[in-house]
Ligand binder design. Sequence first.
Ligand SMILES: C[S@@+](CC[C@H](N)C(=O)[O-])C[C@H]1O[C@@H](n2cnc3c(N)ncnc32)[C@H](O)[C@@H]1O
Length: 200
Amino acid sequence: MKRSDSLFQPDRRIAFFRGFLKRPAEVGSLIPSSRFLERRIVDLAHATSAKAIVELGPGTGGTTRALLRSMPLDAVLLTIEINPRFHNIISAIRDSRLIAHKGCAGDLVDIVSGYGIDPVDAVVSGIPFSIIKPEFGRSIIQSISDLLTQDGRFVAYQFRNRVNSLGREVLGPSRVQLELLNIPPVRVYSWTKNGHLRLD
Ligand SMILES: C[S@@+](CC[C@H](N)C(=O)[O-])C[C@H]1O[C@@H](n2cnc3c(N)ncnc32)[C@H](O)[C@@H]1O
């Protein structure tokens, strides 16, 4: 983690906690992702070689910054955040590779095509699939599948496993990892579009 990021951390934590108090179900967590979780997400998304990544529910931007630190200089990162306060925090990140969009993950296909991003190498998601209606969650995952390249990746970090059953219906079996160094510990589910489990 860069020094500037660690200095920024207390503000982000307070903003995140306030966001949780206002919309607990939508935010789904009391505190932002740990840097250990961020690192795991970056690795599973193969961010170092990605040309285009979409992040659903970036919150206060810890994962967003971690992705940007790893992505190539000519890459694009599109964030889609429903919470206006969180979106404003993301919009303040100064990085020409970042496109911050305020909106709903349900409109993913239209949003991505509106920015002319094609193809998408990875989608990273923190949105709480366990509290949204299953049909809605399934349609978001179907959109993710439609957008991804053949060996594109979908990475979802979640406290409950609803995303696993929905993702299996669309993308086949997931790879599941448990990140203990996060409060609370969180599961990270990942898929490749072509359905073959990759262990690299
Ligand atoms: C667990 S938090 C993300 C935490 C983030 N990694 C961080 O460290 O700040 C989940 C985020 O998903 C957002 N969200 C929930 N439903 C959404 C939707 N339908 N579309 C876009 N964002 C959504 C919430 O506002 C929240 O910012």
